[in-house]
Design a protein around this ligand. Structure first.
Ligand SMILES: [Zn+2]
Length: 57
């Protein structure tokens, strides 16, 4: 049997996703509305493809 060396993904730290980020868009639009936030959704980690770990040779 082959032995796989799995280690926690360094990109997502085993979380399997990259958390979304919210930023105020005031500086872009000049809006003064505090609720005017731009958020990116959580994304599947591209490094481990959502596995939470990577396999080293
Ligand atoms: Zn990952």
């Amino acid at each position: 049997m082959s032995q796989e060396n799995q280690k926690t993904c360094p990109t997502c730290m085993g979380n399997k996703i990259i958390p979304g980020v919210c930023e105020s868009s005031q500086e872009w639009t000049g809006s003064t509305n505090e609720d005017d936030m731009q958020c990116t959704p959580d994304e599947k980690c591209p490094t481990c493809d959502g596995a939470g770990f990577v396999v080293e040779d």
